[in-house]
Write a protein that binds this ligand. Structure first.
Ligand SMILES: [Zn+2]
Length: 736
């Protein structure tokens, strides 16, 4: 799923989505650094088992059940109704006999009395159907087991099937068939739905057929209901789907189209052949072709996908289609496809979707693990962005940098959770966070960094470790909805970035991360399998990092305590004392600047903090020091940058200001929010109406910034107004 972070959104929206950080928190003394708490052993809740090795790899007796599906579905465009059947072949590879089975009925989220609807607050939610009144949820016509009717019970989004005879352990096979129908919501929890366009509706269909719950060695049956925020945990298998739609529709779906000759014209098939061999995007169906197909009746499109955990599809008479070849490291080919309405066409928008898709899949394949599906399709719908195996739905209005970002993110999900099948319902950070991390490298690589902006990690510390947010290791249904963006995406993503750049180094990190992907491809890892693998492959102790960043919300705060010349003379060198104040230790980098303009760098490994709260080291220099600075490249999320620099008296970087001179309430008649500037402990904060506050950094010349959102505030000389600038928008606010 996509979560838009505030890079180039209007300032009011930025304040809204970034509400996590609060200057209004009751000031409480942060717990002091305790090196025993940070590093103590017995971090792992269990040692190795037969199914999960202590080394982080699947154990010698690892097992996993599988589910193959034969799906038939037809779309009634007048009623927005889908009617079909699912034939499931379920294989029980576990060592346990099963006396009942659990299935997921995710469409029941849209039934009026669903638990998911019950937890939507008055202020609204991204989840559910945005208040649409309709007969949502499944109508189940029949359920059979091995061809015979069977007892079943539906509870919210789950169905339990009771078996007259146990399903045998270690290879027992069950055949389940469910006949069902449902009316599609127009807005389906931002993951499916119906978008109206000038040439017809676009149906983006997902969570549409009954799917097996996962039975595993960790929880047994995983039956947490679908409440909206938490995503999916699914078994692997092979899926075929026959999709019957109006004849003038074009269907794109997970996997490979099996009957291209039946559904495309000769000319269109020739264009497909050309696209399969072209690195440049080839038009399959142009805007001017849309009017040509006026056929009535229905057509059936047949698809197949192997080793998949899900299947999604989209259908519309309005699709423009284009495609290009994807080159994979092994020499195999796949194909990048885009399906979008005429409204979204053009080089600034979806005209580049196939280029983005191809680049994204090629990058991830080369860097981490080769893409396994025969096609990768980007569909324009009404979703902010949602991922499925081999197909993703992105918003039809996305363009430029946004469209690159969402396309790259949704296809990044093909690695997490499509290849590495972790439990998204419990551990959103293992797919969204890992994906956010790989997106950063992919964006840096794309088209010589066309859309890349390096993040300043140092300025994010206070925001990411605020006392107001939950720890990462909490399910999305167990955290405030407004914190999901931070806790499932940004903080774990940045955590892996810190681990790569500042703790392990890229070479060690990449080797360990690649090993994790290879070990758990098409399997079900837990957080502990990930942690064990990273430590075993890199050879480094990382329990302090998992403990502080993922399990707790410990803060990083390192400080320079003193800088003293030996015997008072700089010719003798200097003694520098650094302190670790926050609960989460980190490796420490210290930069020294000398008055003659030269610099020196000292690196302290994290082991310094294993038995010390402060550490003094000697600098063997003979020159006068002008500045000593921690983390000069801004790579550590330190919550308090004020104690990171020591400077000789003359080296003050900007003129001194009194932040109290800038406080007040500022407004602009055209904008529905006011911005209030307040001062606390010498720090200036900005806060928009109804939202929480951001810290501002002073840059000199009456200019302040909040770099995370790339906001700049420039005051007039009399301090009675300021201009707030972000992403090319510049708005003037005046003091009331
Ligand atoms: Zn996502």
């Amino acid at each position: 799923m996509n979560f838009k972070f505030p890079t180039k959104i209007f300032v009011a929206a930025v304040f809204a989505v970034s509400a996590q950080f609060s200057a209004q928190e009751t000031p409480k003394e942060s717990p002091k650094y305790d090196f025993v708490e940070a590093f103590k052993p017995f971090f792992y809740p269990q040692t190795g088992t037969e199914t999960r090795s202590a080394s982080g790899q699947p154990g010698h007796a690892y097992w996993q059940n599988s589910a193959d599906y034969k799906l038939d579905i037809s779309l009634d465009e007048k009623k927005n109704e889908l009617t079909g059947s699912a034939e499931i072949t379920y294989t029980n590879n576990s060592p346990d006999q099963l006396s009942f089975l659990w299935l997921q009925l995710d469409q029941n989220l849209f039934a009026k009395d669903s638990r998911g609807n019950s937890v939507v607050p008055l202020s609204g939610s991204r989840n559910g159907a945005k208040g649409e009144v309709f007969e949502g949820g499944y109508k189940i016509k029949s359920v059979t087991y091995d061809g015979k009717p069977v007892k079943y019970t539906v509870t919210d989004t789950r169905m339990q099937i009771d078996l007259a005879q146990h399903l045998a352990a270690k290879g027992g096979k069950a055949k389940i068939k469910v006949e069902y129908s449902f009316v599609s919501p127009k807005y389906g929890s931002d993951r499916m739905g119906i978008e109206e366009t000038k040439n017809g509706n676009i149906y983006t269909i997902a969570q549409w057929y009954p799917r097996m719950c996962v039975y595993d060695d960790v929880m047994g049956w995983n039956t947490l209901p679908y409440l909206g925020a938490s995503e999916f945990y699914l078994e692997y298998g092979d899926i075929t789907a026959n999709i019957t739609v109006p004849s003038n529709h074009y269907v794109v779906a997970s996997g490979e189209l099996l009957n291209s000759k039946d559904v495309y014209s000769k000319e269109e098939n020739d264009r497909w052949d050309k696209a399969r061999n072209s690195d440049k995007t080839v038009m399959i169906r142009t805007e001017s072709d849309i009017k040509k197909n006026q056929a009535s009746g229905t057509k059936t499109w047949k698809f197949k996908i192997s080793q998949t955990r899900d299947f999604a599809w989209a259908s519309s008479a309005a699709f423009v289609l284009d495609a290009a070849k994807i080159n994979l490291p092994s020499g195999k080919k796949s194909i990048a496809i885009s399906a979008y309405p005429a409204e979204s066409a053009g080089d600034k928008a979806w005209g580049r979707s196939t280029e983005y898709t191809k680049a994204s899949i090629e990058h991830y394949s080369k860097k981490w693990y080769e893409y396994t599906y025969p096609a990768a399709t980007n569909v324009a719908g009404n979703e902010g962005g949602m991922e499925y195996p081999g197909i993703v739905f992105c918003h039809m209005d996305s363009k430029g940098e946004d469209l690159w970002g969402v396309t790259d993110h949704e296809f990044g999900h093909n690695w997490f959770p499509m290849i590495v099948g972790s439990n998204e319902r419990l551990f959103a950070w293992m797919d969204e966070g890992f994906n956010t991390f790989i997106n950063e490298l992919s964006t840096e690589a794309f088209n010589k960094g066309e859309y890349y902006q390096k993040k300043n990690i140092a300025q994010m510390g206070a925001f990411l470790t605020s006392d107001n947010i939950e720890p990462i290791m909490v399910g999305p249904d167990n955290m405030k909805e407004r914190n999901i963006g931070t806790l499932a995406y940004y903080k774990p993503g940045m955590g892996l970035g810190i681990l790569r750049e500042s703790v392990l180094g890229p070479e060690k990190f990449d080797k360990a991360f690649r090993t994790y992907i290879e070990r758990w491809a098409f399997k079900h890892p837990t957080p502990w399998d990930f942690f064990h693998t990273m430590e075993n492959v890199s050879g480094e102790e990382l329990n302090w990092f998992w403990r502080g960043w993922f399990i707790n919300k410990w803060k990083v705060d390192q400080a320079i305590k003193t800088v003293k010349y030996v015997n008072g003379d700089f010719k003798n060198g200097a003694q520098v004392t650094v302190e670790n104040l926050g609960q989460l230790p980190m490796p420490t980098t210290v930069q020294l600047k000398f008055k003659d303009g030269t610099t020196d760098m000292v690196k302290l490994p994290v082991e310094v903090w294993k038995r010390n709260n402060e550490w003094t080291f000697k600098v063997n220099s003979t020159k006068e020091i002008s500045e000593v600075k921690l983390d000069p490249n801004g790579e550590i999320p330190d919550v308090n940058s004020k104690n990171n620099t020591w400077s000789s008296a003359q080296a003050a970087p900007v003129e001194k200001i009194n932040p109290k001179d800038f406080v007040g309430t500022f407004s602009n008649k055209q904008v529905p929010v006011k911005i209030v500037l307040t001062e606390k402990d010498g720090q200036l904060f900005a806060q928009a109406t109804g939202q929480q506050a951001f810290p501002l950094e002073y840059l000199g010349d009456n200019k302040f910034s909040f770099e995370m959102a790339q906001i700049e505030i420039v005051f007039s000389k009399d301090k009675k107004s300021f201009n707030i600038a972000q992403g090319g928008t510049d708005v003037k606010f005046t003091k009331e």
